[in-house]
Structure formats: C-alpha cells, structure tokens
Design a binder for this molecule. Structure first.
Ligand SMILES: NC(=O)C1=CN([C@@H]2O[C@H](COP(=O)(O)OP(=O)(O)OC[C@H]3O[C@@H](n4cnc5c(N)ncnc54)[C@H](OP(=O)(O)O)[C@@H]3O)[C@@H](O)[C@H]2O)C=CC1
Ligand SMILES: N[C@@H](CC(=O)OP(=O)(O)O)C(=O)O
Length: 246
C-alpha cells in the first residue's frame, strides 16, 4: 500500500509527506513531532492557504517554504496529514487520494463516513488497514477519553460514560490563542477586552475568554447538545463498535 520507494543509507523506506494546515496550531505540532520522532521523510511539503504561502518554516535545520494547497500539491505525495478544517479536507483529500496519497485526517470531515476508518492507535490500530485512502482520527477530547477507557473496558467492561471536558483555548486555533493573549494584556492594563473569536467564529455573539471559562464549544444542535458534545457521543460509539466486533 505504501508508495515510499526512496530508501535511506540504512535501507529504510523514506516517504514524501505533506502537512496541510502547516501554519496552524495543530500543523505546527505535527511538524515538531515529525522532527522529534525522526519520521523517515524524503520530502516534506508544507501547505496552507494563500495567506501564509511564501512563509518559511525550519525543519531539521533546513528552511522549507510554505505553499498554497491545491489539488496538484499532492502529486508524488505518499502521506498527507490534514489539519486545516473540515471544509479543506473535504475539498482536497479526494484529490490527494486520486494521486495515490494516504490521507490522515484530523478534522471532522470524514469521521462518520462508513467507508472511512476512525482510528486511535492505542484502541483500534488494525482498522487503519481497511482504509480506502483516508484514515480519520477523532475529535481531540474523544481521543484522550477512549485511550484512557480502553484498558478499563478490557478489564471490567463499561456500561455508561458520563463526560465533562475542560478544554484549552488552543482547541479553537491559533487566532483564538492570539485573542487570549491580547485580551489578557487588555484586562491587566484596565482596558476593555474585545471578544472576536469564541465561542464559535461563525456565530454573531462572542464572549471574553481571558480570566473566564466559556461553557460552550461549537454550535448548539437541535437536540440541545453542542456539536462538540455530539462528536464525542457519535465518534465514541463508532470506535467502540470496532472493539466490540473483534
Ligand atoms: N483531531 C484533533 O485532535 C484536532 C483536530 N483539529 C482540526 O485541525 C484543524 C486546524 O486546527 P488548528 O491548527 O487549531 O487551526 P488554526 O486556525 O490554528 O490553523 C488552521 C490552518 O489551516 C490552514 N488553512 C485555512 N484555510 C485553508 C485553505 N483554504 N487551504 C489550505 N489551508 C488552509 C491555515 O493556513 P493559513 O495560515 O494560510 O491561514 C492554518 O495552517 C481544525 O479545524 C480541526 O478540524 C483541531 C484540534 C484537534
Ligand atoms: N475540541 C477542540 C477542537 C477539535 O478537536 O475539533 P475537531 O473535532 O474539529 O477536530 C476545540 O476545543 O474546539
């Protein structure tokens, strides 16, 4: 399945890897981890929107220029790591698959698709082998929760899960992190803290995050739960079904 043909001096396969959303809060961490873990990379392509194209990022001491992500960006790519939001994944991952890349998607674009395995390595890594080009990972809260629950489930079984999460501002992206910093400075300087991002970019009402906790992540759904809460419910059920059917 893997297309990595190039080999290193030690005969290890090397892969052409693309990071989509490379300039974001998640993308930055992905790049850091690829470096820290010495992932066997032949060529690393860093992709963003046109806004960040031309910026440079240092990887293993070498400057890499960020490029705008387009369908042709995935020509010759073996592994594409997506974290640029669901709309970007929906628009570009099919083009990457068409060009032979395996996409690891961090967004919610394909998580509930029946054709897309939803994988947390500590829980159901074997599901990854069933991919048709895209492997999704769950919402960040779901990942942490199921990783902790799996050994308990194996040993004791679980009949019900009651969940409360307390999530960092970073979950809302780099603009939200900047807003927290800006508001914190403003509050400490005795100025008004202007909220522009949280709880959800697309909603008109915004709340201050500095020195505050906002009891809402993402939009409320018709059933009264927020999308974040429903993601945890649905994704956990999908994952758990794979464990039960083992
Ligand atoms: N599964 C998980 O555990 C988690 C997944 N996520 C997912 O990752 C996504 C990114 O999160 P985060 O890094 O915090 O967000 P940020 O807002 O910090 O970063 C967004 C990134 O996406 C890029 N981007 C935006 N629009 C486009 C476009 N049209 N084409 C290509 N690239 C684009 C941005 O590039 P530019 O600099 O040009 O704007 C930037 O690199 C989230 O939307 C979410 O789907 C997030 C948290 C946890
Ligand atoms: N839970 C995160 C973000 C996240 O994980 O989003 P997604 O489900 O799109 O990966 C937040 O604080 O907003």
């Amino acid at each position: 399945m893997w297309r990595g043909e190039t080999t290193s001096m030690s005969n290890q396969k090397l892969y052409n890897v693309a990071v989509v959303g490379a300039t974001g809060a998640v993308g930055e961490q992905i790049i850091k981890l690829l470096e820290e873990r010495d992932f066997p990379i032949n060529r690393l392509k860093l992709l963003s929107s046109a806004r960040s194209a031309g910026k440079t990022v240092v990887f293993k001491g070498r400057e890499i220029t960020v490029e705008e992500a387009t369908p042709d960006s995935f020509e010759g790519i073996d592994i594409a790591l997506f974290s640029a939001g669901g709309d970007v994944s929906k628009a570009l991952a099919p083009h990457a698959v068409e060009r032979g890349a395996i996409c690891i998607d961090n967004t919610n674009a394909f998580r509930m698709d029946t054709d897309t395995p939803l994988v947390v390595p500590e829980v159901n890594i074997e599901k990854a082998n069933e991919h048709k080009g895209i492997i999704a990972n769950p919402n960040c809260s779901t990942i942490q929760m199921v990783a902790a629950l799996k050994p308990l489930y194996d040993r004791y079984g679980i009949s019900r899960i009651i969940v409360s999460t307390y999530q960092a501002v970073s979950g809302a992206g780099s603009r939200a992190i900047d807003e927290l910093l800006r508001q914190t400075r403003d509050v400490l300087d005795g100025k008004e803290a202007k909220p522009e991002i949280l709880p959800v970019g697309s909603l008109p009402v915004k709340h201050q995050i500095a020195f505050n906790a906002i009891p809402q992540i993402d939009k409320f759904q018709d059933n009264g739960y927020t999308l974040e809460e429903m993601k945890m419910v649905r994704e956990t059920k999908k994952l758990w079904a794979t464990i039960r059917s083992k």
